[in-house]
Write a protein that binds this ligand. Structure first.
Ligand SMILES: Nc1ncnc2c1ncn2[C@@H]1O[C@H](COP(=O)(O)OP(=O)(O)O)[C@@H](O)[C@H]1O
Ligand SMILES: [Mg+2]
Length: 241
């Protein structure tokens, strides 16, 4: 197991945004986390990656209890992420944005931040963009930038939050191929996504959240057959078929 959560909950006042969620993610998997809007998916990722500590429960990463670790410590342990609302440093160049990931991540011997950033921009197929200002990028370019920045940290575990939102069908194919390539390079992925086509085609395992609670956990085929999951999507069950 690379990641194991036990009874993770996050309460905002009286709101149980995440409620008693236990799951395990095996090394090398693409693990999907799905559920209706407001189900607690982003909040759950925030509890894992150190944006804030869970109210209750524990998080183990590579066998170590990292519950309550701040984001920079999670990063040093080997986690990286991209955000539902893409975050760049708008006044900086693309190369500089990606260098941030290299500088604050885990260096390997012989790597320079600039060299690593350049290598990762090639990897995400965004090679000619070094000098562009981040504020001038379109959605797909920003997604590539975020992925390159995350990977520049030499992460072993990557959290993606709605990385496919707002993309055209062709861009969706590109990002799908890229996600699979990242997995094949040895990085374990936790992906939050609304697009069932993407989730069903790339995930090894899927957990479903509804009102903060995990209502199902299984392979894509098992999730597709699950009645509780279909109900949670209130008629949107057609999406699952
Ligand atoms: N920082 C916060 N403060 C208060 N409520 C929050 C905060 N973050 C999320 N929530 C609430 O928690 C619930 C789950 O939100 P979220 O994790 O963003 O859901 P999802 O990502 O599944 O759409 C929602 O009701 C949301 O309004
Ligand atoms: Mg969200």
């Amino acid at each position: 197991m690379i990641l194991e959560t036990q009874g993770v909950s996050k309460f905002f006042g009286g709101l149980k945004a995440v409620n008693d969620v236990s799951l395990t993610i095996r090394e090398g998997q693409i693990f999907g986390l799905i559920g209706p809007n407001g189900a607690g998916k982003t909040t759950f990722q925030n509890c894992i990656a150190g944006t804030f500590p869970p109210t209750q429960g524990s998080v183990r990463f590579k066998g170590r209890d990292i519950t309550g670790y701040k984001a920079h410590r999670c990063c040093h342990q080997g986690m990286a992420r991209t955000y539902q609302i893409v975050r760049s440093f708008p006044q900086m160049s693309v190369l500089e944005n990606v260098m941030v990931g290299a500088v604050f991540g885990n260096h390997r011997k012989g790597e320079t931040p600039e060299g690593k950033a350049s290598e990762m921009l090639d990897y995400v197929e965004f090679p000619m963009a070094h000098d562009l200002q981040a504020q001038n990028l379109n959605t797909m370019q920003l997604k590539r930038l975020e992925l390159a920045r995350a990977l520049a940290s030499n992460c072993e575990f990557l959290l993606l939050d709605e990385v496919a939102a707002g993309l055209t069908p062709a861009e969706l194919d590109d990002i799908t191929a890229l996600i699979l390539r990242i997995r094949d390079s040895g990085v374990t992925i936790l992906i939050v996504e609304h697009l069932m086509k993407l989730i069903m085609s790339v995930c090894d395992q899927i957990a479903v959240l509804n009102f903060g609670e995990k209502i199902a956990d299984g392979t894509p085929a098992e999730i597709t057959r699950d009645e509780g999951v279909a109900k949670a999507y209130l008629g949107a069950d057609a999406l699952l078929h």
